[in-house]
Design a protein around this ligand. Structure first.
Ligand code: GDP
Ligand code: MG
Length: 597
């Protein structure tokens, strides 16, 4: 145990965590050159396509140090604000963290937030400047900043390049020197903290855990302390990063156990694995984060309802920040109201449902929670379609967020303009290090989730950064419900709650997007936006020409046939009403466009 070091890499998004991890895996010969590819720990296709890390990923490495053999367990973590829960989970499973700051960008708001989390847990922090190979990197300034926020000597800050590999070996040895070995526990009773799950079709739930005390081997009779599920360890092992079975796991180790449990929803992260019937006190678990936004998801075909339930259950295993409950709607049938940590999170989950489970879905516009007082009493409402009619509403209240935003001086003016657009109120300003400005802001959560994060990034060319917390209590909200009608029929999935001052703008852009996205119908179709019982924007989609395949030149006959099939299906559906003639992809595309506009 004295030769084990457990650590994770934390940083702001894109500061080079996954690339540094690649070099560590090479340096320790964990992955041979033939199998190496960029950001190898980003194992999901979706992660690789978008170049972002969504899930934390553990990996075990071996290294010689001072004539002895050591085991290094690394947990790579995501950096986007929507996935910070993954970070907080990994921090509980390790003794130390590498705090990585991009030398071309300097310290960012999220660097500070994660650093704070690591400090509160008493983790040893190894400060490192990354991307030092880049000519214009401000290495010395960044080292000073890091020393200041960590509270250490400038000489204790290391330099690495994930591109050239410079400094990586030194960093690994420094980790062994500075990060303590796992503490020896008082008992030999098995206590293991569950920090992640995976599901295997053949072998059921696979639990990733950190052993705090005791040992674990194949065949052991075990149980999950909180959920009460009992199981036999079908296999134990470590991730390198593929799973490799080992004889046993000992105290301080990070590894996995195959449980054979097939029912979803039984287990959650933060649970403790212990011996069956041992009755040992469980470890302190995790706080499950509350969702920030909600969206109702319906299967396009009601026959897929059970598949959707199962798919959500599976995804929840590896993403405990996802929550869902059944709901039904007269127009859309049975579905689920799902809670997410942000709109990117929503987008990733729906994309995974589609790709990994082949589901075709109708996703309603996301919303935060509103507290609505009407003739019928007070109710917390999370779905725009469930808002009472405007005449019945007495008061609408919403939550606010406290935001900490950090920016180089030259973006201050343009950001101030953005604050105005997003109803953000600056409470305090302070100047940080080299003239960068830190803002303390309060703003409606509704505005924050309206892609504030991405807009801040855009106007500052990626240099400004932010972190936020949701405040306690409720504020009166000046909002209205905006509805969309297609061919005179209200489409509940498009309804949304918007700030009164943005209703008309939002109405116009929604109608315009739908005009572009909706396929033409047999007759001309009106697309209208309505608020407070009034039509405030409208466009007409012209009627369909006779042959939809006309514009498809070239020889792909199967594609044409598919289209004809679709056209036939479309006709069938249209007789059932307008709703069915809206292709399911349009729902997600509308959400994506309003996130990226
Ligand atoms: P993460 O989001 O923190 O995991 O960051 P990634 O490892 O995905 O890196 C983000 C981007 O920075 C990628 O395009 C990398 O190729 C690039 N990058 C990472 N490390 C270095 C480095 O040391 N030098 C240079 N020049 N580029 C780097
Ligand atoms: Mg990454």
């Amino acid at each position: 145990m004295k030769n084990i070091r457990n650590f994770s890499i934390i940083s702001h998004v894109d500061h080079g965590k996954s690339t540094l991890a690649d070099r560590m895996l090479e340096e320790t010969a964990t992955i041979d050159a033939r199998h190496m590819r960029d950001q190898v720990l980003d194992s999901m296709d979706l992660e690789r396509e978008r170049g972002i890390t969504i899930k934390m990923q553990p990996v075990r490495m071996r290294i010689d140090h001072g004539g002895e053999k050591y085991i290094l367990n690394l947990i790579d973590t995501p950096g986007h604000i929507d996935f910070s829960y993954e970070v907080s989970r990994s921090l509980r499973a390790v003794e130390g963290v590498v705090l990585l700051v991009d030398g071309t960008q300097g310290v960012q708001a999220q660097t500070l937030t994660t650093l704070q989390m690591a400090k509160e847990l008493g983790r040893v922090i190894v400060p490192v400047v990354s991307k030092v190979d880049i000519l214009y990197a401000r290495v010395d300034e960044t080292k000073l900043e890091l020393a200041e926020i960590v509270g250490c000597d400038v000489d204790d800050v290391l330099e690495v390049s994930g591109k050239t590999g410079q400094g990586v070996a030194e960093l690994l040895h420094t980790i062994i020197d500075r990060v303590p070995a796992p503490e020896k526990s008082e008992t030999d009773d098995l206590k293991a903290l569950v920090f992640d799950f995976e599901y295997s079709e053949h072998r059921g739930i696979i639990v990733y855990l950190r052993l705090m005390s005791g040992t674990l081997k194949e065949g052991d009779s075990l149980e999950l302390a909180q959920s009460g599920n009992e199981f036999k360890a079908l296999e134990v092992g470590v991730a390198v990063p593929d799973r490799v079975s080992t004889e046993k796991l000992g105290p301080g180790d990070i590894g996995y156990v195959v449980t054979g449990i097939k029912e979803a929803g039984v287990a959650s992260v933060g649970d403790t694995v212990r011996e069956q019937g041992a009755g040992t006190t469980p470890l302190q678990g995790y706080m499950i984060p509350s969702p920030v936004i909600w969206a109702s998801i319906f299967p396009e075909s009601q026959d897929d309802f059970d598949d959707l339930r199962q798919a959500l259950g599976r995804l929840r295993l590896s993403d405990s920040s996802l929550s869902f409950e059944e709901e039904s709607s007269t127009a859309l049938g049975r579905g689920f109201r799902c809670g997410f940590l942000g709109t990117l999170h929503l987008e990733i989950i729906t994309e995974r449902l589609k790709r990994e489970f082949g589901l075709e879905l109708i996703v309603a516009s996301p919303s935060i929670t509103y507290c609505v007082t009407s003739e019928d009493g007070v109710e917390e409402i999370r779905s725009p379609a469930r808002f009472p009619e405007h005449g019945k509403i007495e008061e609408i209240e919403e939550q606010w967020a406290s935001v900490e935003l950090l920016t180089p001086r030259k973006y201050v003016d343009i950001l101030m303009q953005l604050f105005y657009e997003y109803e953000a109120d600056v409470k305090n300003t302070s100047v940080f290090g080299d003239g960068r400005t830190a803002f303390d802001i309060v703003m409606p959560l509704r505005e924050l989730v309206r892609n504030f994060f991405d807009e801040v990034k855009r106007v500052s060319s990626g240099y400004a950064s932010l972190s936020y917390t949701i405040q306690e209590g409720w504020h009166e909200a000046d909002v209205q419900r905006l509805d969309i009608l297609v061919a005179g029929e209200l489409i509940p999935a498009f309804s949304r709650i918007v700030s009164r001052r943005r209703v008309e703008q939002e109405a116009r852009s929604l109608v315009e997007n739908l005009h572009e996205l909706l396929p033409r119908q047999l007759t001309a179709t009106k697309i209208q936006a309505q608020a407070h019982g009034r039509i405030i924007a409208s466009q007409t989609l012209s009627a369909l020409k006779k042959d939809v395949t006309g514009h498809l030149y070239g020889g792909d006959i199967t594609r044409k046939m598919k289209l004809r099939e679709k056209q036939k299906e479309g006709k069938k559906r249209m007789q059932k009403g307008a709703r069915a003639s809206i292709p399911h992809d349009v729902f997600m595309e509308v959400i994506r466009r309003s996130r990226e506009k």
